[in-house]
Design a protein around this ligand. Structure first.
Ligand code: NAP
Length: 359
């Protein structure tokens, strides 16, 4: 095994940043060597900066407790201590886009949780089990940025990970139409029941920008690489409603789907059982042994029981049955801050590392 690569987390004090630090503690490939945030917290030690806002169930990792936070504008300082960065910041989109591009142009690879670059056509938006081949656009992105090392790779929105993994192995049957309602946890808004008491005993039928992302992002994930850019898939037509529900973690999706060539139920179950991606073949440290798991019980998957499957990186499915309007309906579930956020980004980094993109 080579020496561990050094990484910094930009937005290290936030909810996703905290999750990154927790996941990266004792990571076999990566070592956290820097914590980066806004000028508001720069100069404080990490433990001072997160006092009263540490949201993880485990304590602050010892390796970062006494680290002094670096201002994200001080790119040279970050470059001196880190080989690449993870980024999860709460900034307007244009500022995030510019910040990430400044790091990439300074030859620091950026693996981002933010949505700012999801629609940049030479930036791969990756679920490693599904579209690892999109990483090849990094070559043309580097040409555009004028870099030899620096580039940006992003992960998609958390909502889509509860149904896109289930639909992907069924695309060969010609998916015509998909209707999805997502039931999304409050941690997706960076909240807990303490910080968002209005969510107790409540349902809110609106999450800003979420339905558009949930309908469009799968088409980029399922797209082809041509001429150094990613060309979105033209089908299927996807319609979504995204609803906030009183659940701490775990996004559920109720999915309806129609096909050109409708497969038998047994075939769908076989496709899910056999669905493996490169992370499973390479046995990446964060990869779940089984990407999608079908639960036979009528009352599964449940957020509380199933969100932590394979350390929150496995996707659960249940209740596959014929529908009266569509061909089939089923229910999906994934952990929104693990598979859907920091865990998904760490898995991308592991894949990039194993494929030599971080060298
Ligand atoms: P958060 O808890 O509000 O944390 C925001 C972080 O951004 C803090 O560390 C903050 O640092 C930092 N920040 C703000 N301005 C900055 C600047 N100019 N330079 C560097 N850092 C700056 O937000 P979050 O929930 O972690 O979300 C972060 C990003 O991840 C957002 O884009 C969000 O949409 C995305 N995301 C979140 C989830 C989720 O489940 N929560 C899921 C997927 C994606 P200070 O402490 O210095 O203010």
């Amino acid at each position: 095994m080579r020496d561990k690569m050094k990484c910094a987390v930009i937005g290290a004090t936030g909810m996703v940043g905290q999750r990154f630090l927790t996941l990266l503690e004792n990571h076999p490939y990566f070592q956290v060597t820097g914590v980066v945030a806004s000028p508001r917290t720069a100069g404080k030690t990490y433990e001072e900066a997160v006092e009263g806002r540490w949201k993880m169930k485990t304590p602050i990792p010892e390796e970062v407790r006494k680290m002094v936070i670096i201002n994200s504008e001080n790119i040279d300082e970050v470059k001196a201590i880190a080989d690449f960065v993870f980024c999860a910041v709460d900034l307007p989109k244009d500022e995030t886009r510019a910040l990430e591009e400044r790091y990439a142009k300074a030859e620091i690879p950026v693996i981002s949780n933010n949505s700012a670059h999801r629609w940049t056509s030479d930036v791969p938006m990756v679920i490693p089990e599904i579209n690892d081949h999109h990483l090849e656009v990094i070559k043309s992105q580097r040409e555009r940025l004028g870099t030899t090392r620096g580039f940006i790779a992003v992960k998609p929105n958390c909502s889509i990970q509860s149904y896109v993994p289930a639909l992907t192995p069924l695309r060969k049957y010609g998916i015509k139409q998909v209707l999805v309602t997502t039931y999304q946890a409050i941690s997706g808004a960076g909240k807990t029941f303490d910080t968002w008491p209005e969510m107790v005993d409540n349902v809110i039928p609106y999450i800003g920008g979420e339905e558009e992302k949930s309908e469009k992002e799968p088409l980029k994930i399922w797209g082809d690489v041509r001429g150094g850019t990613i060309i979105e898939a033209k089908a299927p037509l996807i319609s979504t409603q995204c609803i906030r529900v009183p659940v701490s973690d775990g996004h559920t999706a109720a999915v309806f789907v129609s096909f050109e060539n409708t497969p038998p139920r047994e075939t769908i179950l076989e496709e899910w059982k056999n669905f493996r991606g490169l992370p499973q073949m390479l046995e990446l440290p964060s990869a779940p042994a089984q990407f999608v798991t079908y639960h036979d019980e009528d009352n599964r998957p449940q957020a509380k029981l199933d969100r932590d499957l394979y350390g929150g990186m496995g996707v659960s499915i249940g209740r596959l049955r014929p529908d009266t309007i569509f061909d089939y309906k089923f229910v999906g579930l994934s952990h929104n801050t693990l598979r859907g956020a920091a865990g998904g980004a760490v898995l991308i980094a592991e894949l990039l590392y194993r494929q030599g993109y971080l060298d």
